[in-house]
Design a protein around this ligand. Structure first.
Ligand code: SF4
Ligand code: SF4
Length: 360
């Protein structure tokens, strides 16, 4: 039987939302008992979204400030909470599993026995969670697939929230770390199909924390664009939170290891969960029926039609443009989908849109 502090931790992680937010199954407790000591779990359970000084957190718990500060520092070094400076003072903040604790364990590329064990436990928890959760009911995209501007048909109006360059311009601090999903897969002894590893990008306060504590590297805006290009050549999908203001991260995901992509691919209509708002248009005069796009398409949304031109299943297509950027004949243009919902402004609006979609 899990002790009470880990049962409380379950409710806290559920309230922080995000993929795999928390489920009362044995795999959850096996994982969190490895991640958090009981004292760390206790501190985690009082951390909120608002970043606070250690003194305030200690007061809330009725405990000594030095003791709580030491626990918080150890947690920050283990990737269990976020910390950064605000107006010259250190603050601590609770984080969800994704984006947050799961990625923080692996973005520094560490290969210790503990990291290998955590990689196995996270995988087991994700698998058990998916098996128990079944088909996802919501219909509003939680994640936004981002298309690099040059892949988009010149006839489209490109909104600022569709432009990768706009996201990169917005933040002074950008960090690049090891892909959490592929590194965790390597730690479990799996093949990563030659995909690039150092392509996970973090922005703003997330990036500051990751540079200070988790062993990731600061990079320039130009390097960030280069990382996107490298990812695109490899056929990776650029993914972020579906909001216009606080993106915090861009993941470059593959179809074999990204836990979230894999979970979505098991749904009957994957395009409802990830989407860019664009779809491919094929030029039959340029297409040579080489099938490169069909092989590259991560959700297997393409088939060769009777006229030897690819046809797209829009229930599966993310609008990622991996087909367009890999077409040797430049026969694919990405065009805007009609009636695609404008992304919510921030996380609060996103949660409201997701809840509303459940009710339909
Ligand atoms: S990659 Fe280009 S040329 Fe080849 S089948 Fe697809 S659209 Fe046609
Ligand atoms: S058809 Fe496949 S590769 Fe092309 S945009 Fe859709 S999901 Fe991406």
């Amino acid at each position: 039987m899990p002790v009470q502090v880990y049962k409380d931790l379950l409710e806290v992680m559920k309230s922080r939302r995000g993929p795999y937010a928390g489920m009362d199954i044995p795999e959850f407790y096996e994982l969190v008992e490895e991640l958090f000591t009981p004292r760390e779990a206790e501190v985690n359970n009082v951390l909120g979204k608002k970043p606070l000084p250690a003194g305030d957190i200690a007061k809330q718990m009725g405990r000594d400030e030095n003791e709580i500060q030491a626990i918080l520092e150890a947690m920050a070094d283990k990737g269990l909470c976020k910390t950064y400076m605000v107006d010259g003072g250190r603050r601590y903040q609770g984080v969800p599993f994704i984006p947050g604790i799961f990625e923080y364990q692996f973005m520094g590329g560490k290969t210790t026995e503990r990291h290998k064990k955590i990689a196995r436990l996270i995988h087991a928890y994700e698998q058990a969670y998916e098996a128990a959760a079944g088909e996802i009911k919501m219909t509003f995209p939680t994640s936004r697939v981002i298309v690099v501007d040059r892949a988009i048909d010149a006839g489209n109006t490109i909104h600022t929230y569709d432009q990768v360059a706009n996201f990169i311009d917005k933040y002074d601090t950008i960090a690049v770390g090891t892909c959490y999903c592929r590194h965790a897969a390597q730690l479990r002894g799996e093949d990563v199909h030659g995909m690039p590893m150092d392509v996970c990008m973090w922005f703003g306060s997330m990036a500051e924390y990751a540079i200070e504590r988790l062993g990731v590297r600061r990079m320039s805006k130009q390097e960030a664009l280069d990382v996107l290009n490298t990812s695109e050549e490899a056929g990776l999908v650029h993914m972020s939170r579906n909001t216009t203001e606080d993106i915090e991260f861009i993941c470059n995901c593959d179809r074999w290891h990204c836990g979230t992509v894999q979970a979505v691919l098991k749904q009957s209509r994957p395009a409802l969960f990830f989407n860019s708002g664009f779809q491919p248009r094929f030029d039959p005069d340029l297409c040579t029926a080489c099938e490169t796009c069909i092989e590259r398409c991560p959700p297997e949304a393409l088939t060769l039609g009777d006229d030897d031109v690819p046809e797209v299943d829009l229930d599966r297509c993310f609008g990622c443009a991996v087909c367009a950027t890999g077409c040797p004949s430049e026969a694919i243009a990405m065009e805007a989908k009609l009636d695609f919902p404008i992304p919510p402004k921030d996380t609060k609006e996103l949660v409201a849109s997701i809840k509303a979609s459940y009710a339909k």
